[in-house]
Design a protein around this ligand. Structure first.
Ligand code: HEC
Ligand code: HEC
Length: 304
């Protein structure tokens, strides 16, 4: 009996030691990547101040999902509070207490949005900049025009924390925590892009769906989100798993009312409360682009 206890005790001590070592590794390795330095020179942007551009910036801020994490008043918003994944909120973007509005230049804001790099050269955490790294200069300028126009909001958030599971998933390549590591920083961004019903414009807009629906738009679990979130749907023209049998009218209804063709509700995790603000040209352009994609069957995905 004593012997059994002794062995069990040794196994326990060994296990505790192993877990401690593992945790130490996870914390050191992830912290070192979060502290990496990125040097990104930004070209000067021409930020407009007229009311039309500000209104268009507000429209972009809404439909591109910024509100989701930065709040209606841009004062910041907690969007993940999970002991494993971490504590995350979008920064206060105004000129109030804790806001970046007073210390960030237009170029600093641009660097954060399109490159996921902060003013101090450190990578921005969690913000899915891959979705808008390709934005045109004029879209960014209008977004900034709007950010500059809002009244100050004071906030009092504790620091962002990346939890042990968030760090482990990040190291395992399952959680894209630092988009600065993923973005092609030398990519040529267009000065402007024509807003029209075309595959080109559709592809430009649909890039903002990929953070959740995946680069191939075939859906699946959304990286870094709590387990009770539904997986994103396959939105390719796959007739079995995707939108193959949908009409453009069905697609408009999903984007505007959050309903499928059979009348069932689409979960609010799909941000249709924002996509419903998209104008007809954008929704039609997305539809045109989605229809142009190849059908990827599930069996191809499994062998992938
Ligand atoms: C999924 C949530 C999410 C969305 C969507 C999002 N952000 Fe953020 N954003 C964050 C988080 C989290 C931070 C703070 C990250 C940090 O401090 O490491 C942040 C920080 C920022 C910063 C400041 C970065 C810095 O240097 O500290 C700017 C500017 C910004 N976001 C603009 C935007 C704009 C514009 C959009 C829409 C195009 C947007 N964000 C969409 C989560 C989000
Ligand atoms: C924040 C993550 C997120 C973003 C961003 C997002 N979606 Fe979704 N989407 C989802 C999730 C999750 C579902 C599945 C909802 C459910 O199961 O009820 C979904 C479902 C859908 C559906 C319904 C399909 C079906 O039959 O279930 C369509 C259509 C759709 N998304 C289109 C889009 C388009 C187009 C964009 C970009 C403009 C987009 N989504 C952006 C998360 C997202």
């Amino acid at each position: 009996m004593k012997r059994v206890l002794k062995v069990t005790g040794m196994v326990l001590v060994f296990l505790i030691l192993l877990i401690t070592l593992l945790l130490a590794y996870v914390y050191t390795a992830s912290t070192s990547r979060m502290n990496a330095d990125f040097h990104i020179e930004m070209a000067q942007l021409n930020v407009p101040t007229d009311s039309l551009s500000i209104a268009r910036g507000k429209y972009l801020f809404t439909i591109r999902g910024c509100i989701d994490c930065h709040g209606e008043d841009l004062g910041g918003k907690v969007f993940v509070e999970d002991p494993g994944i971490g504590f995350f909120y979008g920064t206060n973007l105004t000129t109030g207490v804790q806001g970046i509005g007073t210390t960030y230049s237009n170029e600093d804001i641009d660097r954060a949005i399109r490159h996921a790099v902060k003013k101090n050269g450190k990578p921005v955490r969690f913000m899915p900049s891959m979705d808008w790294a390709h934005f045109s200069d004029s879209d960014i300028a209008e977004l900034i025009a709007y950010i500059r126009s809002v009244p100050p909001v004071n906030s009092d958030f504790p620091p962002i924390k990346v939890g042990p599971l968030g760090r482990a998933l990040f190291l395992a390549g399952e959680f894209p925590l630092l988009h600065a590591e993923l973005i092609d920083h030398d990519m040529q961004r267009p000065a402007t892009i024509v807003e029209e019903v075309s595959i080109e414009y559709g592809s430009y807009v649909t890039a903002t769906c990929m953070g959740c629906h995946g680069n191939s738009l075939t859906g699946g679990p959304i990286p870094g989100t709590p387990p009770d979130w539904p997986p994103a749907s396959n939105i390719t023209p796959d007739p079995v798993n995707g939108l193959g049998t949908w009409t453009e009218e069905d697609f408009f209804r999903a984007m505007r009312e959050g309903k499928r063709p059979d009348g069932s509700d689409i979960s609010p995790i799909m941000p249709w409360i924002y996509t419903r603000e998209m104008n007809d040209t954008e929704i039609s352009a997305i539809w045109t682009y989605l229809r142009s994609l190849d059908v990827v069957t599930t069996s191809e995905l499994i062998t992938d």
